[in-house]
Design a protein around this ligand. Structure first.
Ligand code: GCW
Length: 701
């Protein structure tokens, strides 16, 4: 009997230890430090909420669940406070400093022995509840707590590239989390977890289907399903958007055309928009990829992007929703420069978009490369609301096998000065609407969620979802702070372990760039799957889908001259930016080959020639991955064993693949530079042909 009892205890303890990652950063594990737990006792005697509102109920229950986990005690929920020492949830139009906070903002403060969470809206209180739980997990004292927070960007959105058949375009975490075949009858409990996770970081919008959109999502059958999802997400403050196929009036409506100036087409969209609102009264709006990579659009009928977007905006006029129109467009022009395409097509349209239209622009001009200069559209469209599109899913950033923490990359873009209205006109100020006083503001992130038990594939990929949400709420937060929060809430409560993991995360993006795209190179990945290196790719359906189009390696040097000779793309930026990047002697090395064709033997600011510097970086990358492995190994006893093994295995793959990138690029570019590796680097153990075969094997898979 006793033996079985011990076995039972053992099983129980291992079960408690193993963390499959499914709880994301909301694991609410018991705070181990008893003193710290006790310090929260005087303020957690009860939770008081007077209303039956569903969002407030969710906030209350989240606090109760969170405190139960963190403090190990059940906190009672009261209608009104009967004594002091509790958490009071207030929806209050006249909160103390309410003038400074928006509808979704909140205040949390200690008052008369209670902790008050106050907001003008129920959703604001929910955000405040999550903030309080975060404060406790970060070890903050509650006695003098005083937090005021308001989102800087109004629409903080995930874009899912999920298809009706359950696949996810550029998804690396299993299949789609939306079970279209089960909806609307069965609500997967993961939808609720998804809603909680998003609300905890302030995400308030989601487009549920791929921008390469199927018209099917506009059928009555699918609207029923989407309504069921919207009903789950609504009390968490999340609005649902649908990606639409521009040809829907033809494919779905049986019309002869989808010309946006055709009255019947306009009527079809008006009617469809009304119909959607019968299912989803607070429908967020449409997201549109048009005339891009083969998708239909207004240009098919000789019309402009503005004609298309404004037609949808007109349909949306009676409602609160908006139209998000993507600027990711580029024509296959062998003599052109893809860098300039979005700008060229949209610039003449500045000032012609309906106020309900937001033009959503990728952070860089090409396509989510590991490091891109900011998109020149930011800062050049004073009369158009521009939204940001980041990619959280790591299409070009190691997918699910490389540890790459993206907050520093997001921030690099947001913090860059466009000089549009003089110094200080950062990209962040363009997209938060403050630079041009925009009515709407938008930050969207292409989601990395999937059916994997831990949602995101690589355990550390969760941190990029987290970081995106936190930055959409407040782009002034530092990458360090966001990392520290995520680590504390997800992996460890120990300061020393936290610091080591934070160090790994903060170094990870530069490390990834160093063995894939050093010195401002770009777009040299394997064709179509975008995994692994393929710098020799010279033929594809379009020239701008090859690698040679981008790196321009020849016997003289490497890089794309965008300062005038080959392309004048640099001129799309303000004079101050042109000055910063236009001179190869002064251009920051991280952007050098984006703008200049630099001779192999040219001495750089590091004192090394371009070739030597390139090699040093390609070689340093895998060494640094080795260091990540060592640090992780040293944490074996300090993190959950399941997560430990999972990350350890993926770091091993990362090391192998970093060497793959290194060897591919050094051997391939060596054929152009014809220079030896700088000492003490030793040549790769394999030939270029052998490395090329690795890619073929990948293709065969
Ligand atoms: O990066 C490219 C991707 C496509 C994607 C496209 C886009 C949804 O390779 O898979 O399509 O961008 O952003 O539209």
């Amino acid at each position: 009997m006793t033996r079985y009892f011990f076995l039972f205890l053992l099983l129980l303890s291992t079960a408690a230890l193993a963390d499959d990652g499914s709880r994301l950063w909301l694991n609410y594990d018991l705070i181990k430090d008893a003193k710290q737990r006790e310090s929260y006792a005087p303020f957690t005697k009860f939770i008081a909420v007077s209303s039956d509102n569903q969002t407030l109920k969710i906030a209350t229950e989240e606090l109760q669940t969170g405190l139960q986990g963190l403090l190990g005690k059940k906190v009672t929920i009261l209608k009104t406070a009967t004594s002091t020492g509790g958490i009071l949830l207030n929806v209050n139009q006249n909160a103390p400093s309410s003038a400074n906070i928006s509808n979704e903002g909140y205040e949390i403060y200690a008052e008369k022995g209670n902790i008050v969470i106050s907001s003008k809206s129920e959703t604001g209180v929910l955000y405040g509840a999550f903030e309080l739980l975060r404060a406790i997990q970060m070890g903050k004292s509650l006695a003098k707590l005083s937090i005021t927070s308001s989102p800087k960007v109004k629409i903080r959105m995930l874009n899912h590239w999920d298809n009706a058949n359950g696949t996810v375009e550029r998804g690396y975490a299993g299949s789609s989390m939306w079970k279209w075949n089960e909806l609307p009858h069965r609500i997967d409990p993961r939808y609720v977890m998804y809603a909680r996770a998003n609300a905890s970081i302030g995400i308030n919008a989601t487009s549920i289907n791929n921008v390469n959109a199927s018209s099917r999502f506009l059928t009555a059958e699918y609207l029923e399903k989407i309504k069921a999802v919207a009903d789950v997400l609504r009390p968490y403050g999340i609005k649902v958007f649908i990606s639409v196929n521009f040809r829907s009036p033809r494919t779905l409506g049986g019309l002869k055309t989808s010309d946006p100036l055709d009255p019947e087409v306009r009527k079809w969209w008006n009617d469809k928009t009304k119909e959607i609102h019968q299912y989803i009264p607070d429908f967020g709006g449409y997201l549109v990829k048009a005339n891009s990579e083969g998708e239909p659009g207004p240009q098919d009928y000789g019309r402009t992007h503005a004609d298309g977007a404004n037609m949808l905006a007109e349909a949306m006029r009676p409602f609160s929703g908006i139209v998000i129109w993507r600027a990711f467009v580029y024509n296959a022009d062998p003599n052109g420069d893809r860098f300039k395409e979005g700008y060229a097509q949209f610039k003449p349209l500045d000032g012609t978009f309906d106020p309900k239209v937001i033009v959503q622009v990728k952070n860089g001009p090409i396509d989510f490369m590991p490091r891109e200069p900011f998109h020149p559209m930011f800062g050049a469209f004073p009369k158009t609301t521009l939204g940001m599109e980041f990619q959280i899913t790591q299409e070009y950033l190691g997918q699910s096998t490389h540890l790459t923490y993206l907050a520093p990359m997001f921030k690099e873009c947001l913090d860059t000065d466009t000089y549009a209205k003089g110094q200080g006109s950062t990209v962040a100020k363009v997209i938060d609407g403050s630079l041009y006083n925009a009515q709407y503001s938008l930050m969207a992130g292409v989601a990395n969620t999937g059916s994997d038990v831990n949602w995101c594939g690589h355990p550390f990929n969760q941190s990029n979802w987290y970081a995106f949400g936190r930055l959409a709420w407040d782009h002034t937060l530092s990458s360090e702070q966001i990392a520290s929060e995520w680590i504390r809430m997800t992996l460890t409560q120990t300061k020393q372990t936290e610091q080591k993991i934070s160090d790994m995360m903060l170094k990870s993006h530069p490390i990834y760039v160093s063995y894939t795209y050093p010195l401002g190179t770009s777009h040299m990945m394997g064709e179509s799957h975008h995994y692994g290196p393929e710098p020799w790719l010279a033929k594809s359906a379009r020239p701008d889908w090859t690698s040679v189009y981008y790196h321009r390696a020849d016997s003289i040097g490497l890089g794309f001259d965008r300062t005038g000779k080959l392309s004048n793309a640099l001129q799309l930026y303000s004079p101050e930016v042109q000055q910063k990047w236009g001179n190869p002697e002064q251009c920051p090395l991280d952007y050098l080959l984006w703008f200049h064709h630099v001779p192999w033997s040219k001495k750089l600011s590091t004192g090394r020639s371009l070739w030597d510097e390139l090699c040093v970086r390609y070689y340093d990358g895998p060494v640094q991955v080795g260091n990540l492995q060592k640090t992780w190994e040293s944490l074996k006893a300090n993190v959950d064993p399941e997560i430990f093994e999972n990350v350890k295995g993926r770091l091993k793959i990362q090391e192998k693949e970093a060497l793959w990138w290194r060897d591919a690029c050094v051997l391939y570019f060596g054929e152009y530079s014809k220079m030896p590796l700088p000492k003490p680097l030793t040549p790769p153990q394999r030939t270029l042909n052998e490395v090329k075969k690795l890619v073929e094997i990948y293709h065969l898979r």
